[in-house]
Design a protein around this ligand. Structure first.
Ligand code: GLY
Ligand code: MN
Ligand code: MN
Length: 368
């Protein structure tokens, strides 16, 4: 992908002789490898990408994905695939990198094992860090990437619309999570983009809770935070519900989180520092009787991974840019009682934003 290689080099100063990305073993795969070498599937364990300043890309592919690799390279004249076995990789790397060169690595994702190996292999090389340039290049999406994110978001939204029909007394958090993941697959996902969160009652007060065998009972609030992968692109959506008889407090909590999300969304436009989006949501929550009950940043970049290198909180000055795909996810958490979070994926446009997720966000009571 010449354009993406050039985008990264444009952000690097001084320019290295090449940018080198190396995958270890799943899950220690650098998704930036797939940013530069766009293949819809495959693990590519042990594979290496060498991106050159003129936009050309050499890929040392594992033999296990050779067909996929050659197929991708067939459509891109700027990519050269070399299929190598594990024990041939070091020699192939040596042939691509000159002994006295300066090469940039992705410090955020390269394993320490790979770094030690590279240092030993090429002792005279100067290694620098391209991770910030890579992160920034990945943060603003191309129209093609936005369409993949939209598809991933639509799969999540489909399941979000189906959750009320799955709620019944006795279903456990794990069972509901399994059903949601199955349905994402049926709607076209290649997998879940992170560990599904389903939290009943008091468990909803923990934002990154992991589901257990807790059964649903009338009166519980429900937080479902989940996402799909579609052709490597992730979605991340949270919908909150109430099961059984009306809970006046949880309805008010939900309406407050909804208003906080609306305030955050209203602040989204190019050039606005991330903190302003966060603080717009925070102000709504802190003006309510649940002051202090938002305990996390209101959103993050989303792309090839669910937490795509950047997030915004009360002090983040980085401005939003056209093409950024981000989540907007305020919540109120009441220990011992429950929680409400509403999370949507949006893309920043020249005059504001556009929703990628589409499931209803309003308070919804499901009769027990
Ligand atoms: N699913 C984790 C998050 O919303 O950031
Ligand atoms: Mn989420
Ligand atoms: Mn999120």
């Amino acid at each position: 992908m010449k354009q993406r290689v050039e985008k990264i080099f444009a952000l690097l100063d001084p320019k290295p002789d090449a940018v080198v990305l190396a995958n270890a073993v799943d899950p220690h795969l650098d998704q930036s490898f797939f940013y530069l070498f766009e293949v819809p599937a495959g693990l590519f364990e042990g594979s290496v990408a060498v991106a050159h300043p003129d936009g050309e890309l050499d890929v040392l592919s594992s033999p296990l994905e050779a067909e996929t690799a050659f197929e991708a390279a067939k459509h891109d004249p700027h990519v050269k695939v070399h299929v190598v076995n594990r024990d041939e990789t070091e020699d192939a790397v040596k042939q691509l990198l000159a002994p006295g060169g300066t090469y940039a690595l992705n410090h955020r994702e390269l394993t320490h094992g790979w770094f030690v190996q590279l240092e030993k292999l090429l002792p005279q090389v100067k290694w620098t860090d391209a991770s910030d340039a890579i992160r920034k290049a990945r943060a603003t999406k191309e129209p093609h990437e936005i369409e993949l994110l939209r598809k991933a978001a639509e799969i999540g939204s489909e399941v979000g619309r189906e959750i009320p029909g799955l709620l019944k007394t006795g279903i456990t958090e794990l069972e509901l999570a399994a059903e949601m993941e199955y349905r994402m697959g049926r709607h076209g996902a290649s997998g879940r983009s992170f560990s599904t969160i389903v939290a009943f009652g008091p468990h909803g007060a923990e934002p990154h809770y992991s589901p257990r065998d807790t059964p649903l009972k009338p009166g519980d609030s429900i937080v479902c935070d989940f996402g799909a992968y579609y052709r490597r692109y992730a979605s991340d959506i949270t919908r909150s519900f109430h099961f059984g008889p009306r809970d006046a407090e949880m309805k008010e909590v939900h309406d407050t989180v909804f208003a906080a999300q609306e305030a955050a969304l209203a602040a989204v436009r190019p050039g606005v520092p991330g903190k302003e989006v966060h603080n717009a949501a925070l102000q709504v929550i802190d003006a309510s009787r649940w002051k202090g009950r938002l305990n996390h940043g209101v959103g993050h970049s989303i792309g090839l991974v669910v937490h795509d290198g950047w997030g915004y909180g009360p002090k983040v000055e980085d401005p939003l840019e056209v093409g950024m795909a981000i989540t907007v996810e305020p919540g109120i958490y009441l220990p011992g009682h429950g929680g409400v979070r509403i999370e949507d994926d949006i893309v920043v446009t020249p005059d504001g934003y556009e929703f990628l997720t589409t499931a209803p966000r309003e308070y919804r009571e499901v009769p027990a």
